[in-house]
Ligand binder design. Structure first.
Ligand SMILES: Cc1cc2nc3c(=O)[nH]c(=O)nc-3n(C[C@H](O)[C@H](O)[C@H](O)COP(=O)(O)OP(=O)(O)OC[C@H]3O[C@@H](n4cnc5c(N)ncnc54)[C@H](O)[C@@H]3O)c2cc1C
Length: 408
């Protein structure tokens, strides 16, 4: 990426944030919290008051919560909201965005357009096929659950598992079909995903691995081996990719996943343009590689760096310990760190049991951990990952011992 100059300042110019999800909202709020007095405009394609996504696959889906709108008084903060407006393009040379309502000038632009779900080829437009990314998606799915259909979930990832959990709770018969040999194949090593496969059966869900979808037809999902799985409804959860089509041709560098390539202060390759949240990757000094994170905590933390940089605070590199959680099959799963960097694995507790933790070490230092029903392990481990404290693997393996005392 080329060296560039941003023109910062506490009063500076008009900041326009595109994308009114977690990262966009948090950027606007962080600017005010950090004392920015210039104009802040938040533009979002969805018509709804900005809302939080994690409850969509949990309480909102089951009707236990009506919605998940952020409890933020945008007017009081002097944040101008323009909702139901899709930004179609950006011309950095003119410092202007293109929308159907006409051009919008910006002084500083923050790209926070998140991600959109990957669609199942051939299933588009087939009645009864759903995605789960937006509030509208969740609202469409609520009556589907209420009808207690046979539901087929395509993809045993985080969203697939959470949706399957909710559908079972609503009384549906649920089959999850997964092309790989195990759940979460792209996210976790086989030995860690293996015990999770058993959770599906415990939860009354049929999990079919090595099951690639050939096509979807009305009332059934047809697999590559010719078998037909009855489906009153199909939910596709096969991943998400950055929502950056509107940046094509703008000169803003995109990476191999079509994400915005940002630097360690979340600046893009173009002056006065930042990118944050699910749509952007950044270089992790901690892990020595570029990270593209599709989790809530990254959309909370990144905006603070963006706001500080716009204001012109002393530059601090964005270098988080990634964190996320998932609620599935009655279990609370939490993960912190980045295990790809590890050279050793230590288990705390029996993965066949209800609560266990797996720790990943590199040169005796904790680089990541996944905790199932052990939030204290996660809280303590997250701090140890941040600090890079050397650990004693033998002590760490004792689940009765507080994780924070297993240091060398
Ligand atoms: C159902 C579900 C459950 C989840 N559960 C968890 C969880 O339990 N734990 C966890 O850690 N993470 C979870 N996540 C992930 C987490 O919600 C995301 O990482 C987070 O929402 C990312 O925030 P974002 O603002 O970057 O993107 P988004 O939330 O995707 O927001 C981007 C916004 O930009 C808008 N937009 C896109 N293009 C344009 C355009 N051209 N013009 C104007 N607006 C545009 C979109 O409409 C969208 O509203 C979940 C995600 C989903 C979908």
């Amino acid at each position: 990426m080329s060296e560039q100059t941003q023109t910062p300042g506490r009063t500076a110019r008009q900041v326009v944030v595109v994308g009114a999800g977690m990262a966009g909202v948090q950027t606007a709020v962080a600017l005010r919290e950090q004392g920015f007095t210039g104009g802040v405009t938040l533009i979002g394609a969805e018509p709804h008051q900005p809302y939080d996504r994690p409850p969509l696959s949990k309480a909102v889906l089951l009707g236990k919560a009506e919605g998940s709108a952020f409890d933020i008084d945008f007017d009081a903060l002097g944040i101008e909201l323009r909702l139901g407006r899709e930004v179609l393009g950006v011309r950095p040379e003119d410092h202007e965005l293109d929308t159907a309502e006409g051009p919008v000038p910006y002084g500083v632009l923050v790209v926070a357009t998140g991600a959109e779900p990957v669609r199942l080829p051939g299933a588009e437009g087939v009645p009864g096929v759903h995605l789960l990314r937006t509030l509208d998606d969740a609202e469409r799915l609520r009556p589907v659950l209420a009808r207690q259909h046979d539901v087929v979930v395509v993809g045993a990832g985080w969203i697939g598992a959470e949706f399957a959990t909710a559908a079972r709770e609503a009384g549906c018969a649920v089959t999850v079909v997964e092309a790989a040999d195990r759940p979460l194949a792209g996210a976790l090593p086989a030995e860690v995903a293996a015990p999770m496969a058993g959770w599906y059966a415990d939860g009354g869900v049929t999990l079919r691995t090595h099951a690639r979808v050939r096509h979807v037809e009305s009332g059934a999902v047809v697999l590559d081996d010719g078998s037909r799985v009855p489906a009153g409804a199909v939910v596709v959860g096969i991943g998400a990719r950055p929502a950056t089509a509107w940046l094509e041709g703008s000169g803003i560098e995109l990476g191999c996943h079509r994400e915005v390539v940002a630097d360690d202060r979340l600046r893009t390759s173009v002056p006065d343009v930042y990118a944050v949240g699910d749509c952007a990757s950044f270089p992790s000094g901690r892990y020595g590689e570029r990270l593209l994170i599709h989790h809530w905590d990254n959309a909370l933390q990144g905006p603070r760096t963006v706001a500080a940089d716009i204001i012109g605070e002393t530059p601090v590199a964005y270098d988080p310990v990634p964190y996320f959680w998932s609620e599935q099959f009655g279990r609370f799963v939490q993960y912190a760190g980045h295990h790809e960097a590890a050279d050793a694995t230590v288990w705390r507790g029996d993965p066949a049991g209800a609560a266990w933790t797996v720790c990943w070490l590199r040169e005796n230092r904790l680089v990541a951990l996944l905790a199932v029903g052990r939030p204290r392990d996660l809280a303590q481990g997250r701090r140890l990952v941040e600090a890079g404290t050397p650990m004693d693997a033998a002590l760490l393996a004792d689940p009765s011992r507080p994780l924070k005392t297993a240091t060398l």
